[in-house]
Write a protein that binds this ligand. Structure first.
Ligand SMILES: [Zn+2]
Length: 228
C-alpha cells in the first residue's frame, strides 16, 4: 500500500503533544497505524516537539517549533525510545476477540476497537453512516461513512479542519486521488467536491475540529448522526 496523503506536520506535532481533540486524534491514530513514515515523525515530535510546545503559549504552532522539530528529524533517529504503540493504540486489550467488521467485510482498524460502533443507517443518496462512541469522550463526533461508487461525499461547511482517513475504496477531488491509508486534511477555506471512484464503494473515517454545518441535501441527512 503506497500512502500518498499524510497529515500535516502541524497536525502530527499537535498529536504528539496531546493537543488534538479526541475525534481528530483517532483519525490521525488510524493513519499512523498504517503509516511508518508518520509514526517516525511522531516519535521525534513526542521527544522534542511536545517539549517545545509546552514552552509556548498561548498561540498556535509557531514556525520555530516546527523548524526545530523538523531539524531534529533531519539530524537523525533521536527519540526512538518513545513507544508509539503504547501511547496511541488504545485497543490492545480487545485483541483477543474478533474485531468488528465494517460493511464489505472490512475490519475495524485496531486504533478504533475500543469504540462502540453504532448501527449503520441509510442516509440516502448512496451514503450510509455509523457513529463511533469514544470511551474518552462519548460526545465526540467520529463518523464512519460508506459512500456508493460514483457518489459525492456530503457537502458541508465548517470552522475548523476536517480529517478523513480512507479505509477502503477511493475518491478523487480537484487535489488528487485518495486511496486506503491516505489521510486528507481540509481547512475551512478549502472547498472541494470529493467524488467516490466508480469502481467500488468507499469507506472512510471522518472527524471535524471546530464547528460543523452540513449543507445541501446529503448533508442534512448526515447531520443527525453528529453529536453536536
Ligand atoms: Zn502518513
Amino acid at each position: 500500500m503506497t500512502i500518498r496523503h499524510h497529515p500535516s506536520d502541524e497536525t502530527l506535532l499537535r498529536y504528539a503533544a496531546g493537543r488534538l481533540a479526541p475525534a481528530p486524534g483517532r483519525v490521525v491514530a488510524t493513519h499512523l497505524h498504517g503509516c511508518p513514515a508518520c509514526r517516525e515523525r511522531v516519535r521525534v515530535f513526542e521527544a522534542v516537539g511536545g517539549a517545545v510546545l509546552d514552552g509556548m503559549s498561548p498561540v498556535p504552532v509557531v514556525p520555530h517549533a516546527l523548524a526545530r522539530a523538523l531539524a531534529a528529524i533531519d539530524a537523525g533517529p533521536a527519540g526512538r525510545a518513545t513507544s508509539l504503540e503504547g501511547s496511541s493504540t488504545p485497543a490492545h486489550g480487545a485483541a483477543r476477540t474478533a474485531p468488528p467488521l465494517l460493511p464489505d467485510g472490512i475490519v475495524l482498524p485496531a486504533p478504533l476497537r475500543d469504540c462502540a460502533m453504532g448501527p449503520w443507517r441509510w442516509a440516502g443518496f448512496g451514503v450510509r453512516a455509523s457513529a463511533l462512541t469514544l470511551p474518552e469522550d462519548p460526545k465526540a463526533s467520529l463518523l464512519l461513512l460508506r459512500v456508493a461508487p460514483g457518489r459525492r461525499l456530503p457537502e458541508h461547511g465548517h470552522s475548523g479542519l476536517e480529517f478523513t482517513q480512507i479505509l477502503s475504496g477511493s475518491f478523487s477531488d480537484a487535489f488528487g486521488r485518495y486511496q486506503p491509508g491516505d489521510l486528507t486534511e481540509m481547512g475551512a477555506e478549502v472547498e472541494h467536491q470529493p467524488v467516490v471512484d466508480p469502481d467500488g464503494p468507499c469507506i472512510c473515517l471522518t472527524a471535524l475540529e471546530g464547528g460543523v454545518l452540513f449543507t445541501g441535501s446529503i448533508g442534512r441527512l448526515i447531520q443527525p448522526f453528529l453529536r453536536l
